[in-house]
Design a protein around this ligand. Structure first.
Ligand code: GLY
Length: 354
């Protein structure tokens, strides 16, 4: 199945080799590169390395994990592209999680002013979020995704067979973004997500829900590729979530991104209930699901100021006013909503006390 989105096509794949052959054949190129990190080079590259469409491919590898999503890794990729004779007509396949697809997309989009790339996400988080929608970039100056461009991949190949390789925490991390897509789309998808058992995962059903989830993101991105308006819906849970993630990093109790997003959803749905009338029963059900499946992130009142400071530095703000996406109900999105310090502290009280 292939879904069209601007210049990006998402292939829901049941046969990785076949999907990659198709995608590469539809991207005429002079030189082919494949970007992996040290983990996907070992675990995923062998799945595609021997394919006829990979003949003559040059592998570039960068360090795994977010700490390598930096200018040094990017520079290494540019150097390897130069050494390999890449031109504006070359093609790169990014095989990995969000770090590889973000950095690889940025490298391809900037080398000689840009050539085409294909994303093959290998984590749930990158399948449902990072690899789709054309946000590319690297961390810089201590800030996440500080430097980057909007530039869509030619193809995204979603092969849910990779889900078999993921541990429980990484499934839950990606699932939080799916939960967000449920809340911003419709009651039936939201209810399906809340009824899914994360303790005994049905991979077939999860795969079907991934396709629905990505379709939600595609629909929104196609209306607003560069986040001037409705794409801000995808930031639900992320203003508070990024602040929690940054605090966790600072206090050396690092959490996976999706866990912070799940906790951010608790905060921002509470704010939605207070400010926009989001229904109390739906708030309760969503909060219960998150607490049961993601646990809690303990904070004290002493950390409120620091969390508030992180929120005011969020790059989604204008003029230092904290900007939220709120919900009037499931699927009823309100963008560009601000909140006072008092309202934010009240939200943190709810998060802390439950
Ligand atoms: N991760 C949110 C977006 O792609 O807009």
């Amino acid at each position: 199945m292939a879904l069209q989105m601007d210049n990006q096509e998402v292939i829901i794949s049941t046969d990785l080799a076949d999907s990659l052959e198709t995608a590469i054949a539809r991207c005429p190129h002079d030189k082919l590169f494949i970007l992996t990190d040290s983990i996907t080079r070992e675990l995923c590259l062998p799945l595609v390395a021997g394919l006829p469409c990979m003949e003559g491919v040059r592998n570039i590898t960068i360090g795994a994990t977010d700490e390598n999503k930096n200018i040094a890794s990017l520079s290494h990729v540019w150097e390897e592209l130069q050494r390999g004779g890449a031109t504006r007509h070359s093609l790169m396949v990014n095989l990995g999680g969000g770090m590889v697809t973000d950095l690889g997309g940025f490298a391809a989009s900037t080398f000689k002013r840009g050539f085409c790339y294909i994303n093959v996400p290998t984590t749930l988080l990158s399948m449902v979020d990072a690899s789709v929608g054309g946000k590319t970039g690297i961390n810089f100056g201590g800030l996440k995704n500080e430097i980057g461009v909007f530039s869509c991949p030619s193809f995204v190949i979603l092969d849910t067979a990779f889900l078999n390789t993921l541990d429980d925490r990484n499934i839950r991390s990606g699932y939080a973004e799916m939960l967000k897509h449920g809340i911003i789309s419709d009651t039936s998808h939201w209810a399906d997500l809340l009824n899914f058992d994360l303790n005994g995962i049905d991979l077939k059903r999860l795969g079907d829900m991934v396709a629905t989830s990505v379709a939600v993101k595609e629909r929104i991105v196609s209306q607003d590729p560069t986040e001037k308006g409705i794409r801000k819906a995808l930031n639900l849970g992320h203003t508070a979530g990024h602040a929690i993630e940054s605090l966790a990093l600072e206090e050396k109790r690092t959490v996976l991104h999706g866990y912070a997003v799940a906790w951010g959803l608790i905060c921002e749905l509470y704010l939605s209930a207070v400010r926009a009338g989001f229904p109390q029963d739906k708030l309760r059900q969503t909060v219960r699901f998150i607490r049961e499946n993601y646990g809690i992130f303990p904070i004290t009142c002493k950390e409120y100021d620091r969390l508030f400071e992180f929120m005011t530095h969020d790059k989604k703000n204008t003029a230092g006013i904290v900007n939220f996406t709120l919900m009037a109900d499931i699927g009823e999105i309100l963008i560009d909503k601000t909140a006072s310090k008092e309202e934010i502290f009240d939200m943190l009280d709810f998060f802390r006390e439950g």
